[in-house]
Write a new protein. Sequence first.
Lengths: 410, 64
Amino acid sequence: MSETVYGPVTDWATDFDHGSPAYAANQHKIWDDLKNSGCPIAHTDRYGGTWLPLTHEMVHSIAYDTDHFSSEGPVVGQLKPSEVPDRIGAPIGPVPPISSDPPFHNEARRLLLPAFSPKMIDPWRDEVIAICNQLIDDMGDADHIDAALQYSQHIPVMVIARMLGLPVEDGDKFRGWVNLVLSGIGEERTEERMQKFMEFNEYLAYHVNEHKENPREDLISFLLNAEIFGEKLSLEHAVGTVILLLIAGIDTTWSGIGSSLWHLATNSVDRRRLVENPDMIPAAVEEFLRAYAPVTMARVVKEDMEFHGVQMKKEDWVLLPFPAANRDDKQFANAHEVVIDREENRHAAFGLGIHRCLGSNLARLEMNVAVEVFLQRFPDFSVDANEMVTWSTGQVRGPRALPFVVNARA
Amino acid sequence: MRVHVDPSKCQGHNRCYALAPELFDVDDYGNAFELNDGVVPAGLEDKARLALANCPEFAISIEE
């Protein structure tokens, strides 16, 4: 087993910890400082050895290079993929297709693409509008609200639970497991953590069995009947994909909505422009996706290799910080400014290459509707100066507490 | 003007179809293709350029 490093970061170039609160709070400055000091790729011994490339060019080339970089471990953990007991290895991985490599990946992904294509997702629009309005109705006439806890965190959960065929009222449970899987990556493998993982598995096993006995029109039933290479999906594959759809769809979009609202609460000029010109919202959402991209992915080095002058070792983790690529001034004019009507915007918030976020059409729909409805109902709001905005840690970044003062209602 | 989506590069980000549905469509898998053999009707040239400038995979090309 690899040697484990815990505790405060001593140097961001050689000992970074992307799972630490300091990284979540200061990541834009950390990237700039690293790049300005001539370090476009940082390293840490933490998590058994991890790389952090910071330029768009590097992130792009790793995302495309499936020959040298495996997706077997899309989230960096304290154990390397090969150290995890009973784990399904490459090319399938534990949560296909995000954890899969070609050629298996192509088939596992192709199965799911139609369910998340624009023409299948667009009809959810009215439902998302209703969910957003209901959440705001539930706030009553309070002047002080939390836009993360009372609004953004609920929207993706309610939609994906319905799509999968899981009880919508289990949202708190789902968010607990999302935290466990994604935010707690720097924590030690305590018995309590292991216990929570077990509860998650038991919950899924129960609902999968229930769907086997009573099939219906939802994604769990679809997966239980789906075929790959002429055979039914293995139970591990089907359950792994359910885990993926549940986990990946929740705090990512929650983060995207939260960051957008945080920007609008702290930039009154942009907020007023969007209130007055709601048809600018789609372009603004793309810019929020660029500037506050929530998701960093990870790859695993397949064999010892050299990359841009550094020696990577077999099984090293490599982070793919799409948020850093999106702020590379070689790729974007005024990369550090949020320009809500930016015309040229090839941002990589949903990844690049064959692992482009499967749910990107749904995430975009939810973000657009969430911003649109929030601005319709609350044309003026600001951050409550007496409370703290807090940000998640780990590979998905977004606000987890968004204390706002509502200054005007419509 | 003609537009073209390179199907080997398109990963289904759906930016072109969202920005210029007059010029692009997507199949059942969400992958994009150009309409009308890629011929851009007069007046839609800016939309074609906008789609090109927003494709993260650099899958769109324009022939002027």
